[in-house]
Design a binder for this molecule. Sequence first.
Ligand code: MRU
Length: 350
Amino acid sequence: MSSPPTPLPPTIRWVGELDGHLELLDQTRLPAARELLQLNTVDGVLDAILRLSVRGAPAIGVAAAYGMVLGVRALNPLGSAVVGVARDVSARLLAARPTAVNLRWAIDRCVTAVVAEPSLLRLFREACSIHADEEAMARSIGEHGKALIKPDTTVLTHCNTGRLATAGDGTALSVLFAAWRDGVRFRVLANETRPLLQGARLTALELHTAGIPVDVVVDGAAAGLIAKGEVQLVIVGADRIARNGDFANKVGTYPLALACAANQVPFYVAAPVSTFDMQLPDGRSIPIEERDAKEVTSFAGHPVTPPGVGARNPAFDVTPTRLVTGIVTDVGILRGPLAPAIKTAMADSR
Ligand code: MRU
């Protein structure tokens, strides 16, 4: 095995004060290149979110909060006019990625802040505090969940839920990082995560960089390996969790949960309270982003389907609560029945 790569630059960084800019590590270029995007406009932030230069539910929320600052700053409104401008900018950002509810959570916080005190400085302070809160939540998730990881086991994960997906150590990967820091030694199987390979490109990079042994598997291999007894625990992130514990995550999560249930393997979700959507009773009403078919009909820029053949490209799927062993949150691990546990956790987090 080659030596681990040098640590990655921060995923999201605000450079300077109120007149500064947003710096994002362009995740579309990883692992081949480490390019930093310097963004001064809300259009730049929108484009970065749409292209998945910044991705992962909590990271999208933080980037959008800074996008609010850039969008309002550009129009330089005074007094109560700040509120109207903030609402206009927020509508544009909210439409960027419909499934990750952290986007709405962050934007609602920004709008509430300027309604209370209509000033750009207040908005900027709120964006910074959203950033700090997400960082702290990621750390707590790791601390609460680390005891789930037992020595000499194999853990399987899907998509990317690490430092690249959040403002801190991650969600599911934060649990793995915390266990590793405590000296627990285990191996990871990272689902490649078609079509955009967040597992192969990003999770493998983060774990390898941290010195955690990781092998990439194609998504279709996971159920067979689980059935063969090669996986002792599956842990994934979430983009939105409904009141009853149904949740949306990267497409390919639901089949993993089914395979775990069929083989009595624990299936955990890790997410901050910003990922809970208490407005939704269950997963049926979670909006599922459908992305460009070209992401499926081509691979690394080369067509892989016959000309004229279309593709469906739902970016997320919904896993029902009955398949979830527990949810690792920043306020503790929630276990079934999840509906009352979620209600209590949300009340505790206020
Ligand atoms: O399309 P992406 O890469 O933004 O999808 C990311 C995921 O599905 C993650 O699992 C989810 O956001 C939780 S990450 C902390």
